[in-house]
Design a protein around this ligand. Structure first.
Ligand SMILES: [Zn+2]
Length: 842
């Protein structure tokens, strides 16, 4: 999180206002003064560019389904000193101007520390989207292999058998306090890395009894930079254009997968995520709404005093800029800095048993400041920021050490409640200073989730749950539950499990919190249960009565269900179906479509189809005899799209030529293009004569167009594509919505739910309504009407959310008021966007 969103958000607000609605209301004084929209302003304003070769090899459908090489703790003693690969100096690394350590300096520094100290172990736990090493440093007193094995045993015992862990006196005495520091997840919030390295160095080289003793009782884990691509480039996002600190429920990016595996593998009592820059240092705990799946009593009991300890530590630094901290729980109004969604590292870590804190160091050195401030001032600020980062880390280490017994008991209790299926306790007012009714959020956990197998969506969801350490089993025989029959092989998530909070926060529908707080920091709705395309049934009370076995990995279960010699048919319902179609087209196989969702594969391509059924889990059936259909090719796509959309399109196997206002003005061609995607960074009004001529000629010859969001709706209005008039909800309105599918393309077989961020709806006539908002649109999230009481869910009810039609030039267009590719999250919506793409391209 950071306040660069203040300026960035304004840009989007103006853009949105220019089209339609008023921007989000300003926040009350003394708190963050504006909201950021979506994936940052760049989401609608800056078109993504096709990444360089180092990046492209990490993109692809693999991330939809297959587990990558995962970091797990090794059964070895400490130190585990790995000579890290040293990379060439990069004089363009943006850290250098600030007097901070550049990415290429980190490996030599860690190698040198490992040379002089037997307390430092460095390893590579993964690669960034841009192919850079992600480092984990462990600082602890030396351990024999047997010592380390014992620590691993205890860590597992806490999760697997909290009752036994609680009784284990040796564990209480000798389990090393695990603390995890994550630094630099936003690449242009640099100094967490430098502060953490300073602390590592001190711990590694100190000879005083207190430090030596501390390291005998503790393991300090540091992910030194969680975003080396951004550190080098001076960007918030990683090399694929993703905000990693919004990706923890989705794990689209290797950086979030790496720290997911660290938090699962190390099970920290306390974790800090070091960010910047908020002017005044900011230290969580956060404001309400608090995630309703937390064991919040166990969290806030430690989070608040730990924050107070960190505040005292920065005060001791003696700078005028560090006389106090903002502690949102204590200092901000509800909704100004909430911990509702599990997309942020510390919020995600709470579900894994940690007391997680975002820390925002104070003095801005990024964006315009980076360019405009004198180097001396930048370095003055960065030096203070580094001191603040180091001071907060040291204070948290002290807190964890001092409160080890209580933190251990809290983690044991969190997992025990899960196993026991106990309700989370009602927390009384005054439980900690300032805890009141506005802080009280809780849920009733269902008894189980049931996920029928056999689709790529089911396998994807189950593997995502398993990767996040949610326990999933598989029925060994058929069974009945709540009046329904389920086959053998059905997946079960028994909610009597240690990480039930995480299981529930991913699978539940969520909650409409629009009336509870005036605004929210980021998304307020998500649901893997409703948006990832798998059937997810909820058993509120009844436990499934069936023999099961644990699932380590859900296999894809594709098939070719047709007689040899029969033409095959594939229904485009899932992103993997789309991927299969694109693979077949790439292989030169002649495909036909009988409607927007049905693809016919010639009988001769059975071997290729069989291979894809295996690799992608898709299901081919027999096509009707003598079926015809229209031949179609792989679409040639030009896209002015956001980075997340570009990523999702590549996951589905589409090749995209990226375009923008600037590129079209500079002469980029659309002469070979079948479909133009417009959602980010393409303004018709901003085109010069060259750009306008290119776009006009493209539309005049019947080129297809798919738009999304305000940028797309503006383009539709400016080019008079479809006579649909767009109306916008509040810019920060977002969540899971009910939809009614009616049209033949997007509406064909789509889920009854969708996702919106800055929702749009369309009025007018002369087009086909593909999808409408439901009578009660919002299922979960935050969507208030604007100040005049309009443009809210009540006004959107029943209105067209997605429309299609013919353009004046004889082409086809589809306009999305929803967000089917948002942050590559709603996997179950991808196929509807792809159907629009195929349809407009032909
Ligand atoms: Zn940040």
């Amino acid at each position: 999180m950071d306040l660069s969103r203040t300026l960035a958000g304004l840009g989007t607000a103006l853009l949105t206002a220019a089209l339609l609605a008023e921007p989000a209301a300003a926040a009350p004084g003394g708190s963050p003064s504006s909201r950021d929209f979506g994936n940052g302003a760049e989401r609608n304003e800056v078109a993504a560019l096709n990444p360089v070769s180092a990046l492209s090899r990490t993109l692809g459908v693999q991330s939809m389904d297959s587990a990558q090489g995962r970091w797990t703790p090794k059964l070895k003693g400490y130190p585990r000193q790995n000579q890290l690969t040293v990379y060439p100096e990069n004089p363009d690394d943006r850290s250098i101007k600030l007097g901070l350590i550049p990415y290429h300096g980190i490996a030599p520094k860690l190698n040198a520390l490992q040379d002089v100290s037997d307390k430092v172990s460095a390893e590579v736990i993964g690669k960034s989207a841009g192919g850079r090493d992600l480092y984990l440093v462990t600082v602890t007193a030396p351990e024999s292999a047997a010592d380390a094995k014992k620590q691993d045993y205890w860590r597992n015992l806490i999760e697997d058998n909290p009752w036994a862990a609680k009784r284990d006196k040796a564990l209480a005495k000798s389990y090393k306090t695990p603390v995890w520091i994550n630094a630099n997840i936003h690449g242009n919030e640099w100094e967490g890395t430098d502060g953490a390295l300073r602390v590592i160095e001190r711990l590694a080289t100190a000879t005083d009894a207190a430090t030596v003793n501390f390291l005998k009782k503790s393991r300090v884990y540091v992910t030194v930079t969680n975003n080396p691509d951004g550190r080098v480039a001076g960007t918030r996002a990683n090399g694929a254009g993703f905000d990693i600190n919004r990706d923890h429920a989705t794990n689209a990016q290797p950086e979030s997968r790496a720290v997911r595996d660290v938090v699962i593998g190390t099970q920290p009592f306390v974790m800090l995520d070091e960010h910047g820059y908020t002017g005044t240092t900011l230290i969580e705990p956060a404001t309400p709404p608090h995630g309703q799946n937390y064991e919040y009593d166990l969290y806030i009991k430690h989070a608040l005093p730990n924050a107070l300890g960190m505040e005292a530590a920065i005060q001791k630094l003696g700078y005028a800029e560090t006389t106090r901290a903002d502690i949102p729980f204590r200092d901000y109004a509800p909704g100004d800095w909430d911990d509702w969604p599990p997309i942020f590292t510390p919020m995600y870590a709470i579900y894994q048993g940690a007391v997680g804190h975002t820390v925002e160091i104070p003095l801005a050195v990024n964006n315009a400041n980076y360019t405009n401030l004198p180097v001396e001032e930048l370095r003055r600020r960065s030096a203070i920021n580094t001191d603040v980062a180091a001071a907060t880390i040291e204070a948290a280490l002290t807190y964890a050490d001092t409160n080890k017994a209580s933190l251990l008991a809290g983690q044991i209790e969190q997992f025990r409640r899960g196993w026991a299926g106990e309700a989370s306790p009602v927390i009384p007012d005054g439980f900690v200073d300032g805890f009141g009714p506005e802080d009280r959020y809780s849920t009733t956990f269902p008894r189980a989730y049931v996920i029928p197998a056999g689709t790529p969506a089911a396998a994807r969801l189950v593997n995502h749950l398993i990767d996040n350490d949610v326990r999933v089993t598989k029925a060994l025989h058929g069974f009945a539950l709540n009046g329904r029959r389920y086959d053998a092989g059905t997946y079960l998530v028994d909610m009597h499990q240690p990480k039930r909070g995480l299981a529930n926060v991913l699978l539940e529908a969520g909650r409409d919190i629009s009336d509870l707080v005036p605004q929210m920091y980021d998304i307020s709705g998500w649901s893997h249960g409703l948006l990832w395309g798998a059937t997810v049934d909820i058993s509120r009370n009844a436990a499934p009565k069936v023999f099961t076995k644990p699932v380590a990995h859900a296999a894809l279960e594709g098939s070719v269900d047709a007689r040899k010699g029969s033409a095959l048919q594939l229904t485009i319902k899932d992103g993997n179906d789309v991927r299969a179609v694109n693979e077949l087209l790439t292989q030169g196989i002649k495909l036909r479509r009988t409607d927007a969702a049905t693809v016919v594969v010639p009988a001769e391509a059975r071997p290729e189809a069989t291979a894809l059924a295996t690799s992608l889990g898709v299901r081919f059936s027999a096509a009707p005899k003598n079926v015809k259909g229209d031949v179609f090719d792989q679409p040639v796509i030009a896209g002015a799209v956001s980075a997340d959309e570009l990523f999702a399109l590549k996951e589905m196997g589409f090749a995209v030529q990226t375009v923008s206002t600037a590129l079209l003005n500079a002469g980029a061609s659309l002469s070979e293009t079948d479909t133009l995607l417009v959602s980010s960074g393409l303004s018709y009004a901003g085109l010069n004569a060259t750009g306008k001529a290119t776009v006009d000629a493209f539309l005049a010859r019947g080129g297809g167009v798919v738009t999304r969001g305000a940028t797309g709706a503006n383009f539709n209005a400016a080019t008079k594509l479809l006579p649909a008039v767009a109306t916008a909800g509040r810019g920060d309105a977002n969540g899971v919505v009910n939809v009614v599918n009616s049209g033949p393309i997007v509406g064909a077989g789509s889920l009854p739910h969708s996702f919106v961020y800055s929702p749009l709806w369309f009025t007018g006539s002369g087009f086909t309504v593909e999808q409408r908002y439901g009578a009660v649109p919002l299922v979960a999230g935050h969507w208030q009407p604007n100040a005049a009481g309009t443009n809210g869910p009540a006004q959107a009810a029943g209105q067209a959310a997605v429309v299609s039609g013919a353009t004046a030039g004889g082409g086809s267009a589809v306009l999305f008021g929803t967000e089917p590719l948002f942050r590559a999250h709603p996997k179950g919506l991808f196929a509807q966007y792809a159907r629009a793409l195929f349809w407009t391209a032909s």
